[in-house]
Design a protein around this ligand. Structure first.
Ligand code: SF4
Length: 376
């Protein structure tokens, strides 16, 4: 399968400012060096407690936040510099590619590095920058079309004073996906695709239920013909019965349009239902990444095990050993040294507070960041 999105060493820190001069006094390390791939047509579940960085990761890869560092590759193109001012973008390209090309033997380069090396070799340094920096506004617009988001709260994400027709069509018109003359037809078919009567496009958001508003949010994303949709707690605010309808709708739309999803949720049972692969985050780091089956059959990180033990079981006869973690999630301003989970980990040893465990492939396709995987 083709990699649609590659997130490499992504970091997002937010400054905390204080005093008269609003000096930076500390950093919130919301996302701290995460790397993962998303394949075309799959659903990746991003799970963790609130404050683990999953929403920040989603917003940063969509460039609703500018990354602090790292690389975001979409469809074999580096998109990291698309939203930077030109001088910064050039500096980024020099640091990420040209400096590397000068210091590493070309036969050691792989993937996008190799592809950009060919460009560099053919055109020379200046033309290399010019080529990558040309048509930057078209590139940005293409990126905005390709990557869409569906938010948690359908009410606050739809402007209450604007009719559905405008809400659903303004993005696609702005990005040239549809012409003004096509608005009525396209909005009608997008609404009908998500199970809402086309004539309802003249209504306002308050005239719809929560589930219908979420469907409208999905229709709005679909209008852009995206490849990837980030669904950020998209069903968390809905009643349980409505929740499964919306999830099933998303699964149907995925098949029909070959969509790729990143499904962000704190709810492991929702993640289990919809995902092909699951990434577990804790305090800004990825702690485990595996196919759904592998992760649920054979969880290796103590934190994943604790999360799983908290899923409610419908059968009261079947009692699980619930793993209760000590204390709360520490602050992302001063995360613990070594393994960030060590103050709460039931099986922590000396090394855990000293050395940070690296995300390592311990079984084929199963990555875990723990010095003692599977020990709980
Ligand atoms: Fe627990 Fe140590 Fe593994 Fe961290 S590295 S999860 S503290 S056993």
């Amino acid at each position: 399968k083709k990699v649609l999105l590659r997130v490499e060493n992504l970091v997002k820190y937010f400054p905390i400012r204080a005093g008269v001069f609003k000096r930076i006094v500390a950093w919130v390390k919301a996302v701290d060096d995460i790397t993962f791939d998303v394949y075309e047509g799959e659903t990746v579940g991003l799970v963790g407690e609130s404050g683990c960085g999953k929403t920040t990761a989603g917003m940063t890869l969509l460039r609703l936040y500018e990354p602090t560092s790292g690389r975001i590759i979409v469809d074999d193109e580096d998109t990291t510099y698309y939203f930077m001012p030109k001088f910064k973008a050039r500096r980024y390209l020099k640091k990420t590619y040209v400096d590397k090309f000068k210091s590493i033997e070309s036969n050691k380069l792989t993937g996008i590095d190799k592809k950009y090396y060919e460009l560099y070799k053919k055109f020379g340094e200046n033309e290399f920058y010019n080529k990558l920096l040309s048509n930057i506004s078209e590139k940005r617009s293409e990126f905005r079309k390709t990557m869409q988001i569906v938010f948690q709260d359908p009410y606050s994400s739809l402007n209450p004073r604007i009719r559905i027709k405008t809400i659903v069509s303004e993005g696609p018109v702005l990005h040239g996906v549809i012409k003004k003359s096509e608005v009525i037809d396209k909005v009608k078919s997008a609404l009908e695709e998500v199970g809402i009567h086309g004539d309802h496009m003249y209504r306002f958001p308050h005239q719809f239920s929560g589930g219908q508003r979420q469907r409208i949010g999905i229709a709005r994303a679909l209008m852009m013909n995206p490849k990837l949709i980030v669904a950020d707690e998209a069903v968390a605010a809905l009643d349980v019965s409505i929740r499964s309808q919306v999830i099933n709708l998303m699964i149907d739309l995925q098949k029909k349009h070959n969509l790729t999803y990143i499904f962000i949720s704190h709810d492991l049972s929702v993640i289990k239902y919809i995902s092909d692969r699951v990434i577990v985050m804790y305090l800004g780091k990825i702690v485990e990444n595996a196919s759904k089956k592998e992760l649920f059959d054979n969880p290796l990180h103590p934190y994943t095990k604790a999360l799983m033990s908290a899923i409610p079981v419908p059968d009261p006869e079947f009692k699980k050993n619930r793993i209760i973690l000590k204390g709360d999630v520490p602050s992302p301003v001063n995360p613990p040294k070594g393994c960030r989970f060590h103050p709460r980990c039931p099986v922590a040893k000396d090394i855990c507070s000293k050395e940070e465990p690296k995300l390592t492939e311990v079984r084929p396709g199963h990555f875990v960041a723990c010095h003692f995987p599977g020990s709980l």
